[in-house]
Design a protein. Structure first.
Length: 171
């Protein structure tokens, strides 16, 4: 196969173009802005930062695990990995109900060494959120960073997963 000849000038132009394309555009008024995935849960709008999101799966065939707390829906295999699926509505106290036997969107979230799936009612989409537009969370709203536009509650996934409150033990 014949490859086109490239001289050093062509290589330099291609390298400059690649470097320019690799740079992320930053708007001058961006401030501290994060990318979020908005979702609906119990009639309210919630969001998680996409930096904690591994993927979104439509999970069916969730296997229940006996003798677990109400917030544990069960386990599911995602690309060969067994993932514990939790009912985010029950965890946050904004509703509950059986999530078994139906297909639900599951947000696969994680931190180093901590992974789980969070069942939500509906995925709205990916958006950008300026952190300086967050209002303080309502009292009693644990694991939130604040309330954003459209009354979107920004969840603190790191605090939620590291809290230990939702750990399951054999006691």
């Amino acid at each position: 196969m014949n490859e086109p000849r490239r001289d050093s000038a062509t290589e330099a132009v291609l390298r400059r173009r690649a470097e320019q394309l690799a740079k992320l555009p930053i708007s001058p008024d961006a401030g501290d802005e994060v990318e979020i995935l908005a979702c609906r849960l119990g009639g309210e709008r919630y969001a998680v930062e996409t930096r904690h999101l591994r993927s979104v799966q439509w999970a069916s065939g969730i296997t229940p695990v006996p003798c677990t707390p109400e917030f544990v829906v069960g386990i599911v295999s995602v690309r060969g990995e067994i993932v514990t699926v939790l009912d985010l509505a029950t965890m946050l106290g904004v509703g509950s109900g059986s999530r078994l036997g139906q297909t639900w969107p599951v947000l696969l979230v994680g931190l180093p060494g901590l992974r789980c799936g969070l069942v939500v009612d509906e995925v709205v989409g990916v958006e950008r959120l300026k952190l300086d537009r967050l209002q303080p969370s309502l009292s009693g709203r644990e694991f939130t960073r604040g309330i954003g536009p459209q009354d979107t509650v920004l969840l603190d996934i790191e605090a939620l997963l590291k809290s230990g409150r939702f750990n399951v033990s054999d006691e």
